[in-house]
Write a protein that binds this ligand. Structure first.
Ligand code: GYE
Length: 308
């Protein structure tokens, strides 16, 4: 490729690598930690970072990518808000000779050569962990179990895959009913609003379990549950995903029952990948950080190590 052979990369120390990063938004503590991690890692690596906030709009992400192409950045990184619709814009980057690294969520494109690698979590596995926790926890509860689900942004990888992973464990059981499921955009206020709606049913139809696709939606749901005169964590078993310090605190306090970890600290891995791409090395197509599940027993201990 042209960008690898051009003279300015023969002595890379003389000129800082420039990375354009399209961040999808600011909806959660996870997202803020992700942005900070990428900024810090760029600084540490002496890489110049141009970052644009797309405020949940794919159109804005397209604009950001086009501006990076015009600026002739060395590498483009994208945390894509949704999976679909990326083929054309990634073609534009390819024609400009700029390699693209996908961060956090995935893109669903026909030609996987349009990006170098995807650095992000195994969201399906996160859903599986949440499902297994619920399965264990309710093993001895008789009768029908109704599960409510607060999904993330429609069409986003973590929402699609957390839902699928969760259902792979609980989906085909006769006594388990997915009674309510709706997107709440990964935000606290939407989580509160949608959960409030879920609770407008006769008592015997109320869910005993809530799976929230992230911490913020669980926080919103907790408020709605309390306003309905119920005890979160007791009347309704709650599992969320991410593991911010506040979520672990809420877990320790007993209002959430389990939190599946999703690691936002992708900066160091991203900058490493940038340097390797510039050096012309081949990267694995997918890079996944190690992750855990937290319960009340481990919450206080883990909280000490939390960085977001
Ligand atoms: O779980 C949620 C954020 O894409 C993994 O996006 C990320 C998710 C994360 O809004 O809190």
């Amino acid at each position: 490729e042209e960008w690898m052979q051009s003279a300015e990369y023969v002595t890379p120390l003389k000129k800082s690598i420039v990375v354009g990063f399209s961040q999808l938004g600011t909806e959660s503590a996870w997202r803020m930690a992700n942005t900070t991690s990428i900024q810090d890692a760029a600084k540490e690596s002496g890489i110049t970072l141009v970052i644009k906030n797309a405020e949940q709009s794919q159109t804005k992400q397209f604009e950001a990518v086009r501006s990076f192409i015009r600026q002739k950045v060395d590498v483009i990184a994208i945390a894509p808000v949704v999976e679909s619709g990326w083929d054309d814009i990634l073609q534009e980057a390819k024609r400009a000779g700029i390699p693209v690294i996908i961060v956090d969520r995935s893109v669903d494109v026909e030609d996987s050569a349009l990006f170098v690698t995807t650095i992000g979590s195994d969201f399906y596995e996160e859903g599986v962990k949440a499902g297994k926790y619920i399965q264990d926890r309710l093993r001895n509860v008789p009768g029908t179990i109704r599960i409510a689900e607060l999904q993330g942004t429609s069409g986003s990888t973590p929402s699609i895959q957390r839902g699928e992973g969760f259902r792979s464990i609980l989906g085909e059981k006769n006594h388990i009913l997915f009674s309510q499921s709706a997107p709440a955009d990964f935000t606290e206020h939407k989580g509160r609003q949608v959960m409030h709606g879920f609770l407008q049913v006769p008592e015997e139809e109320r869910p005993q379990v809530l799976f929230a696709h992230n911490d913020e939606m669980a926080f919103g749901a907790i408020q709605a549950i309390q306003r309905a005169g119920l005890k979160p964590g007791e009347d309704i078993i709650i599992v969320s995903v991410d593991g911010s310090r506040k979520a672990l605190q809420t877990l320790a306090d007993g209002q959430i029952n389990a939190v599946v970890e999703c690691n936002p600290l992708l900066g160091p891995q991203l900058m490493q990948a940038v340097k390797e791409v510039i050096a012309g090395r081949t990267l694995p197509k997918r890079m996944v950080p190690r992750e855990d599940i937290f319960t009340r027993e481990s919450a206080s201990r883990e909280m000490l190590h939390r960085r977001f």
